[in-house]
Design a binder for this molecule. Structure first.
Ligand code: NAD
Length: 260
């Protein structure tokens, strides 16, 4: 068991990548606290995991963009588990598309608030105890849009570039304290977020859903979407003892779409 006696706090754990990471960690013995906006989804994942793996779980309704919400969620987790998380996965995220001229300030702020400031809030809540303990893992689910740009995603890409800046700086700051801070940069993953992207392409271009899906697949030289389980496999390596040499990295899981 690679994560026995570890507590993982996973944001956006109710579906998609966060759910897959929660399963991968629980399979290796971790207790998991799942925090997301949609209560019913985190409840159901927490129940499934508890009955399948017999680990302790906690479902928390939490908007990561709201510092008070995050403070309450971490306090509740600490109360149940007797301490803060050993592993934090900043996975909660939103993605909307629009040409820059239609990207209004509200859309811009939403992306920064959830994707970037949400990561800041949860990291601020988790880090002090990791420093005290002299062990910690912070895993930020960024995107290849954190490394490169694409049309119609300026707000999303800016927020994910920000996540990489935070990851790299914090990794250097806490590297001597037994804590690693890394980012995972997926390409298109087969989750609801991508299904919504496909629906959006269909609505805006009149393409069929199959054509839209083919376009997204072709962004990868493997001509396919990545699976959430593939992202989770890397998260597990980063979370484990074996991953301790990997710090400050932004690792792509994209089939080779982006080569830096
Ligand atoms: P998803 O939409 O299926 O799930 C997102 C999760 O985040 C949900 O559980 C949702 O409730 C939660 N969430 C959203 N806003 C929140 C908030 N304010 N507070 C708390 N929780 C919130 O998406 P996914 O595909 O599983 O994406 C997970 C992460 O991976 C995101 O950060 C996303 O940007 C990133 N990512 C996804 C893809 C992709 O193609 N799906 C590609 C690259 C990166």
């Amino acid at each position: 068991m690679k994560l026995a006696n570890k507590l993982a706090f996973i944001t956006g754990g109710g579906r998609g990548i966060g759910r897959a990471i929660a399963f991968a960690f629980a399979r290796e013995g971790a207790s998991v606290a799942l925090a997301a906006r949609t209560r019913a989804q985190v409840d159901s994942v927490a129940n499934e995991i508890a009955s399948e793996f017999g680990v302790e779980t906690l479902a928390l309704e939490c908007d990561v963009a709201d510092a008070e919400n995050v403070g309450r969620a971490f306090a509740r987790a600490s109360e149940q588990f007797g301490g803060g998380p050993d592993i934090l996965v900043n996975n909660a995220g939103i993605a909307e598309t629009a040409p820059f001229t239609k990207t209004d300030e509200a859309m811009w702020q939403r992306h920064l608030a959830v994707n970037l400031t949400g990561t800041f809030h949860c990291t601020s809540a988790a880090l002090p105890e990791m420093l005290e303990r002299g062990w910690g893992r912070i895993i930020n689910i960024a995107s290849i849009a954190g490394k490169t740009g694409a049309p119609y995603i300026s707000a999303y890409a800016a927020s994910k570039h920000g996540v990489l800046g935070l990851t790299r700086s914090l990794a250097l700051e806490v590297g001597a304290n037994g804590i690693t801070v890394n980012a995972i940069c997926p390409g298109y993953v087969d989750t609801e977020m991508t299904s919504r992207g496909i629906a959006n392409i269909v609505a805006k271009t009149g393409k069929s859903a199959d054509d839209a899906l083919s376009t997204l697949k072709r962004a990868s030289p493997q001509n396919r979407l990545v699976t959430a389980a593939e992202v989770a496999a890397l998260a597990l390596l980063l979370a484990s003892e074996e991953g301790r040499g990997i710090n400050g990295q932004a690792i792509n899981v994209d089939g080779g779409t982006v080569l830096f």
